[in-house]
Design a protein. Structure first.
Lengths: 147, 142
């Protein structure tokens, strides 16, 4: 089944509020093998100018993937997830995600285009606090491999 | 912790020495749990091979996280990443042999920007393969 081009420009509903927690940040930092104290120790994070422990830069994917995953699973889009690989990823940060932030993620499909036998699908997802502050914009390009 | 790097102390063209980061099957299992990305190709060799892959492969985002760590370690506690982008150009294949694979990251100062920001061009290799291309981070420094 082909990917439905009518979805270009579609913005999906914002995710349920996600609370960034110290425990989840520490778990993520451990999983990527990064011992940096600003991800675990509030005193070290405050010394570096943060309100509380901060998250590693790529932690934002945990939040955007949960939101865009729902969008990608929309049956009307027609994406074959078994054939999908991650093509490109980009983040723009206004500031680091910080423990205690309560944020939502809202994805928009910005582009669907052919690349040889593959199809490239790009989403742009804004992470905002529930007060409306933009913290990070994540742009992901997925590649659906052609058969 | 190394000395805090400053904007004035950085020169365009300067090389950031390579660092090697190991990746094992255990790394991937941990990353599945921490990230919520349980795609079977990252932990199930049988299915990975069935869909045409050579073996279990690392999450692209695991590789990007290693490049991110390279940048934040260099930038120090007062540096802040403002932009970070990569293209995933090759798979990091992770064999089940307790040794796994290695991701080697290096960088070069590409440009000095306004607002005390520095652009870094990044290179990431695993074995012979260049696993990230067009990898670039912008960091605000004190």
């Amino acid at each position: 089944m082909a990917i439905n081009r009518d979805y270009i420009g579609r913005t999906f509903a914002a995710s349920e509020p996600y609370e960034v927690s110290r425990v989840k940040i520490a778990e993520f930092a451990t999983a990527i093998g990064d011992p940096n104290p600003v991800y675990r120790d509030k005193a070290a994070a405050r010394e570096a100018g943060h309100r509380d422990v901060i998250a590693p830069p790529t932690f934002a994917i945990v939040i955007t993937m949960a939101a865009s995953g729902a969008a990608m699973a929309d049956p009307g889009l027609g994406l074959n997830y078994a054939m999908v690989v991650h093509g490109e990823q980009r983040f723009d940060y206004a500031r680091p995600l910080t423990a205690g932030d309560v944020v939502t993620a809202q994805p928009t499909i910005t582009e669907i285009r052919d690349a040889g036998r593959n199809v490239m699908l790009t989403t742009s997802t804004e992470i905002r606090t529930t007060a409306g502050e933009l913290v990070c914009t994540a742009v992901s390009t997925l590649v659906e491999r052609g058969g | 912790m190394s000395e805090q790097v400053t904007y004035d102390g950085v020169a365009v063209g300067a090389e950031l020495p390579a660092v090697s980061y190991p990746v094992t099957r255990l790394s991937l299992v941990k990353y599945c749990g921490a990230s919520g990305d349980f795609n079977v190709i990252h932990w199930n060799e049988r299915i990975a091979r069935a869909v045409g892959l050579p073996d279990v492969i690392a999450h692209g985002m695991f590789t990007m996280a290693q490049a991110g760590r390279f940048v934040t370690d260099w930038a120090g506690p007062l540096g802040m990443v403002t932009e970070f982008g990569v293209r995933f150009s090759a798979m990091v294949v992770v064999p089940d042999d307790d040794i796994g694979a290695t991701i080697e990251v290096s960088g070069q100062i590409e440009d000095k920007l306004d607002g005390n920001r520095v652009a870094i061009a990044l290179t990431a290799r695993s074995g012979e393969a260049k696993v990230l291309t067009r990898a670039r981070a912008v960091v605000a420094l004190p």
